[in-house]
Design a binder for this molecule. Structure first.
Ligand SMILES: [Zn+2]
Length: 351
């Protein structure tokens, strides 16, 4: 995330802190040592909560690059949420479960130190015992608050995964997003009308935007499922031969608007080069190399009947922005990432 500073790295996940969060921290340090301990305690709990989500996600093969601490909480950035409902359920559950586990595990020790009535202590940082109990009680808040079914918060994700079992991923997301929007409006109402509170407004804003972005993602997927390669395939394209120099290739790119090419020698497809391949080798070796030096020999090929949703995922997984389309052993066209984007823009109702 922009504007964040890395604190340290754990389990291959970097823990970042956003600059806006530093302001809050400064404000609390201003309030004295107990106030600083409180805020550090709270955000240690938030970090561990996010880390629990992340470790379960990693077990299911989801890449987690970083956890960023914002004034409104922590955000773990995951490459792609699994579409398997049970996996999403367990990932979402891990965070609140951590806070509940802390409550249970520390209950007796807290009682031994602070006495039987410690749960009735007021939320205050006047003395050190009060501060310690305050931090302990934050776990209740984190568990309950995150379990509110305001998608994409944990409770909303749990709800979607349960709905997805019956209704499928798309319908379940639509319902969860509507609930997320509704909760965002309720939070905003409380933060603006009932009692002015900038934190509630920020949370409302964050939930609204995040729910909308999740909705856009499933809309794209759903739309692209209905379109096949043959529906968008342009059969008018240029081919290269493997003995062409990169200088010639660059000329071809300038004269046509094509940037990715199949390589065909004697009527047979022998390789494929993408714009990135061409640019990378020119940058590294200059114009002297020939197509055969830089072409990919191992690449997936599409068929006319493939659905665009699957094509997009394949490109994402292979890190390629274009793929050739084959029929009866002959290349009949190319589909690029831009082609898919254009098809979506035309088909989508929401733009
Ligand atoms: Zn969570």
């Amino acid at each position: 995330m922009r504007g964040s500073i890395r604190l340290f790295k754990v389990f291959g996940i970097s823990i970042n802190i956003h600059v806006t969060f530093l302001l809050i921290l400064a404000l609390f340090f201003w309030g004295g040592l107990k106030s600083a301990v409180l805020i550090i305690g709270v955000f240690t709990l938030v970090t561990l909560h996010e880390l629990c989500h992340s470790l379960v996600a990693k077990r299911f093969g989801v890449q987690v690059t970083d956890i960023t601490l914002l004034p409104i909480g922590g955000v773990a950035s995951m490459a792609r949420m699994p579409e398997k409902p049970l996996q999403e359920f367990l990932i979402a559950l891990a965070g609140p479960l951590f806070n509940l586990a802390v409550i249970v595990a520390l209950y007796l020790p807290m009682q031994a130190i602070f006495g039987r009535g410690f749960l009735r202590y007021p939320l205050s940082i006047e003395t050190w015992p009060l501060t310690a109990v305050y931090i302990y009680k934050i776990n209740f808040f984190l568990a309950v608050f995150n379990l509110i079914p305001a998608f994409p918060m944990d409770g909303g994700r749990l709800l979607r995964s349960v709905l997805a079992q019956k209704l499928g991923f798309y319908r379940a997301t639509k319902i969860a997003v509507s609930l997320g929007h509704l909760f965002a409006l309720v939070f905003a109402f409380f933060g603006i009308v009932v009692r002015f509170n900038i934190l509630w407004i920020a949370i409302a804003f964050f939930i609204y935007i995040a729910a909308s972005s999740e909705e856009a993602q499933v809309d794209i997927k759903e739309t692209l499922k209905k379109v096949r390669v043959r529906d968008i395939l342009s059969r008018d394209f240029l081919k290269l031969t493997s003995d062409m120099t990169l200088k010639k290739v660059l000329e071809t790119m300038f004269h046509s608007r094509q940037e990715d090419f199949p390589v065909v020698d004697g009527g047979r497809m022998t390789g494929f080069v993408t714009r990135q391949d061409i640019m990378n080798s020119i940058h590294q070796f200059g114009m002297e190399k020939s197509v055969s030096d830089i072409m990919r020999k191992d690449f997936p090929a599409l068929s006319e009947t493939d659905k665009l949703g699957a094509v997009q995922e394949l490109m994402h997984d292979k890190g390629m922005t274009a793929l050739p389309v084959m029929k009866d052993g002959q290349v009949i066209g190319i589909v690029t990432f831009e082609d898919i984007g254009r098809a979506y823009t035309i088909l989508a109702r929401r733009f």
